[in-house]
Design a protein around this ligand. Structure first.
Ligand SMILES: CC(C)(COP(=O)(O)OP(=O)(O)OC[C@H]1O[C@@H](n2cnc3c(N)ncnc32)[C@H](O)[C@@H]1OP(=O)(O)O)[C@@H](O)C(=O)NCCC(=O)NCCS
Length: 215
């Protein structure tokens, strides 16, 4: 039997598992879908078992796939490394109404929630999360373990480096061909921010126009 896990039984995971169910039940009605969680507080959620990773791993399986539904990108990367060591494979979760136009490449393990739109000529790294109603416009390059909260508007010619987090409703101004607007590695864009200039690595920006948050 194919075992499929959604890593994380908190809000993010409980939003992702129904997408996995819808995606897989037609293709493989026999597959087992569970939550995997390091600290399960209850044994079930929404009709699915919640197992620790170790318990999930010892269940008999012909193959094992996981989607890491955890917004914290550092934790997501740690879990991805552990899964790779254990021979667990990743799969893409994609809501049925996601729109994807021409020449879009996405690395393994992405989660594309309902109403996400990816237009054309886009490169996206591994374990990308695009939450509800987010879009990525033309000619963007997005790194590994990048997270979009709901409603992110990422306009054209933008580069987003690894581990950046873009908060709910943020708007990122378009760059120019050959002169992209860059959101640096590990930067955080606060919810509702209007980003008009590049953001250095590791910096948190908020507001309209966005500025580094006072520390
Ligand atoms: C920017 C952010 C990361 C800062 O988090 P934080 O370090 O915990 O900041 P705090 O909540 O302690 O707020 C610090 C100050 O910044 C302000 N602030 C926080 N977020 C802000 C934002 N997005 N825009 C403007 N001001 C903001 C707070 O009002 C507070 O101001 P004060 O000191 O005058 O009271 C966070 O507020 C944010 O926007 N996260 C994204 C949330 C999101 O999109 N969630 C989606 C879940 S699916």
């Amino acid at each position: 039997m194919r075992r499929v896990g959604v890593y994380g039984a908190s809000g993010c995971g409980r939003g992702v598992l129904p997408l996995v169910r819808a995606q897989l039940t037609d293709r493989d009605p026999e597959c087992d879908i569970s939550f995997v969680d390091d600290n399960p507080i209850i044994p079930h959620a929404n009709g699915h078992q919640i197992l620790t990773y170790d318990d999930w791993l010892i269940q008999r399986a012909s193959s094992r796939y996981i989607s890491i539904a955890i917004a914290n990108s550092a934790l997501r990367e740690r879990i991805a490394r552990r899964c790779m060591t254990d021979g667990v494979r990743f799969f893409e979760v994609r809501a049925a109404n996601v729109i994807q136009l021409d020449d879009v490449e996405i690395g393994e393990g992405a989660i594309l929630c309902p109403f996400v739109t990816l237009t054309s000529n886009i490169r996206i790294g591994k374990h990308f999360h695009a939450n509800l109603y987010s879009y990525v416009e033309h000619d963007c390059v997005i790194g590994n373990f990048v997270t979009f909260a709901p409603g992110v508007k990422c306009n054209g010619n933008v580069v987003i480096e690894d581990h950046a987090y873009i908060g709910s409703g943020a708007i990122i101004k378009q760059g120019k061909p050959g002169q992209p607007l860059v959101i640096g590695r590990g930067a955080i864009v606060g919810m509702g921010a209007v980003v008009t200039k590049s953001v250095p690595p590791g910096v948190t920006v908020v507001g309209n126009p966005s500025k580094p948050m006072a520390t």
